[in-house]
Design a protein around this ligand. Sequence first.
Ligand SMILES: Cc1cc2nc3c(=O)[nH]c(=O)nc-3n(C[C@H](O)[C@H](O)[C@H](O)COP(=O)(O)O)c2cc1C
Length: 280
Amino acid sequence: MADRESPRYVILFATAVCVACAFVVSVAAVLLQPAQKANARLYMEKNVLLAAGLVKPTDKVGAKEVEAFFQKDVKARLVDLLTGELLLEDKRDARSYDQRAARADPGASHAAPPNGAGIGRIPDLAVAYFVMKDGKVDQVVIALEGLGMWGTVYGFMAIDKDGRTIRGLTYYDQKETPGLGGEIANPQWQALWVGRHVYDGEGLPKITVVKGAAGPPDKDPLRVDGMSGATITSNAITRLTQFWLSDFGYGKFLKRYGKGGGHMNPLVEVAEGDAHLQHA
Ligand SMILES: Cc1cc2nc3c(=O)[nH]c(=O)nc-3n(C[C@H](O)[C@H](O)[C@H](O)COP(=O)(O)O)c2cc1C
């Protein structure tokens, strides 16, 4: 019988417990990884639907409901940000494309110009979610991200087929202070963006979160109410929004999209080498 109080026994016992626990944790991490990835994607796709106004924040939306939207009305496609063209659908599955991983990969991203949004690298390809209505594009949802006061904030913005009117906004991943900058996650503040314009008459991304209150969207389309006590986050949102709407972000794509006026067709297969876009 082993001497349970001998140093050798104690060390061997502790080592065995550590190895067994490490094994259990590793197996659990590996086995749960697909479920974690699926949940993260479900959460993001639910926020795409929220931005597009297809579901409400209070709606109970599970995997089945999200899948139904994506099978019918929502079509995810990849955009080449450098040219503004859509990538052929069969080249990549846009729904499983990891844009955050891409912008951290030097082989799948390029350096951003100096900017105030804390963006170091831009992914070569970015996701655009087309929302269809009666067989035509009704709106498109683009991804936003940038540095807030306390960390990176991630969101989605839905833009009408006219290429400039905001249809909806969500911020679904952020570290701003609740009640201050954290108001970016408040559906009431997000609703203030609806009906406003992303570009001015010259096509420049001028939408700005102001200190204090803006006028109604029809009279004051390029300004949004700031969050009180949170000017740092408000300014950060202006900078990151303008960055992604600029030609360094989705700008080139949005100009092509707006010109199509709802006729850009993400569902039609286009021959390789074509413009990747089809206008009616
Ligand atoms: C603990 C703490 C947390 C804060 N969190 C935020 C924040 O998330 N976003 C923000 O813009 N300001 C935040 N502030 C306030 C800023 O320091 C700054 O005062 C504010 O942005 C100025 O906005 P105002 O000009 O509207 O007062 C925080 C301040 C404190 C003390």
